[in-house]
Design a protein around this ligand. Structure first.
Ligand SMILES: [Zn+2]
Ligand SMILES: [Zn+2]
Length: 264
C-alpha cells in the first residue's frame, strides 16, 4: 500500500494538506479557494472525488475558507472538535448539519487510518493538530500553536513524517511593520511557533531518534523567509552535533504544493 502526503499550500494565506493511504484519503484543512484545492489535488496526480473526509484543525479563515464550495463539489464529512464545528456552523449556516462529525480528543478510526487529535494552544475555540497512524506508519501535522506542550511532544514523537509550524523569525517580527498588539498575539502562548522553537523541537526529536521526514509549515510572508527558516533549523542541528539527511528537512510553500512524500 502506498501512502502519499502533500502540503497543497501552507501559510497565513491558506492551508490544506492531502493524505492518501490505500483506499483512504483525507484533506486536513481547506483554507483557500476550493477550485484551487481541487486543482492542486489533481496536479499531484490524485483524485479529489475519492476524498473520505475533511479534517479541520481550527476555525481560522486560513484553514476553512474553501469549505463551503468544496462540500458542494464533494460532500464529505467534516471532522473537528465540537467547539470548532460549532463556530463553523455559525459562520456558514447554509452548510447542512449532516456534514459535521464532531470528535473529542480521543483516537478514532477512519477507513485505514487511526487518527489522534493533539490539543494545541492557539487563539481558537478548541484547536488541534492530528497524528494519523496507517499500518505502522505515522504522520503528524501540528501548526498554529503558541508553544510546544508536553502533549504536543508526546503526540508527534516517533512520527515518520511531521509537518511542524515554523512561522516567524522573532527579530524580523520585532523589527518589522506589525503593530505591537499583533506582535504580542503572534509571540504569545496562543499564537504561532518561531523558527527557533521549531528547531528546538526538531533537535529534541532527532536527539531521541524520534523523527523522520520533517516539513516546515505555516511560514509567515512578512516575518520569515524560507531559507531563514531552513537555516535556523539546520544550524541548530549542526551546533548540537546531530546527524540528519538534508533531504529529510523540507519546506512547504504558500503558493504551490510541496514536494510529495511517498511511503510503501
Ligand atoms: Zn493558520
Ligand atoms: Zn490559526
Amino acid at each position: 500500500m502506498t501512502m502519499k502526503f502533500c502540503s497543497l499550500s501552507s501559510g497565513s494565506s491558506g492551508n490544506s494538506t492531502y493524505l492518501e493511504a490505500g483506499s483512504s484519503s483525507v484533506l486536513i484543512d481547506a483554507g483557500f479557494a476550493a477550485t484551487r484545492i481541487i486543482k492542486s489535488i489533481r496536479n499531484i496526480g490524485c483524485d479529489p472525488s475519492r476524498l473520505d473526509a475533511l479534517l479541520v484543525t481550527h476555525e481560522h479563515d486560513d484553514h476553512i475558507r474553501g469549505i463551503r464550495v468544496l462540500l458542494k463539489r464533494y460532500p464529505v464529512p467534516v471532522i473537528g472538535t465540537q467547539a470548532t464545528l460549532d463556530v463553523i456552523k455559525r459562520r456558514y449556516p447554509d452548510i447542512s448539519s449532516r456534514f459535521f462529525m464532531p470528535i473529542n480528543h480521543e483516537e478514532f478510526t477512519l477507513g485505514d487510518m487511526q487518527i489522534t487529535p493533539i490539543p494545541i494552544s492557539h487563539d481558537a475555540a478548541d484547536p488541534v493538530g492530528y497524528s494519523i497512524k496507517i499500518r505502522g506508519r505515522r504522520i503528524s501535522i501540528v501548526t498554529d500553536l503558541g508553544y510546544v506542550s508536553s502533549e504536543v511532544v508526546s503526540g508527534v514523537k516517533g512520527s515518520d513524517l511531521l509537518l511542524i509550524e515554523s512561522n516567524h523569525d522573532v527579530e524580523m517580527l520585532r523589527n518589522g511593520g506589525y503593530p505591537v498588539y499583533l506582535q504580542k498575539r503572534i509571540l504569545g502562548s496562543k499564537g504561532h511557533l518561531s523558527n527557533k522553537v521549531a528547531a528546538s523541537l526538531i533537535s529534541f526529536l532527532l536527539e531521541s531518534r524520534q523523527a523522520g521526514l520533517i516539513y516546515l509549515g505555516h511560514l509567515s510572508k512578512n516575518n520569515n523567509m524560507p531559507e531563514l527558516a531552513l537555516n535556523t533549523v539546520t544550524s541548530m542541528l549542526s551546533r548540537r552535533g546531530l546527524k540528519y539527511n538534508k533531504e529529510d528537512i523540507r519546506l512547504t510553500c504558500r503558493d504551490h504544493a510541496s514536494e510529495m512524500a511517498e511511503f510503501d
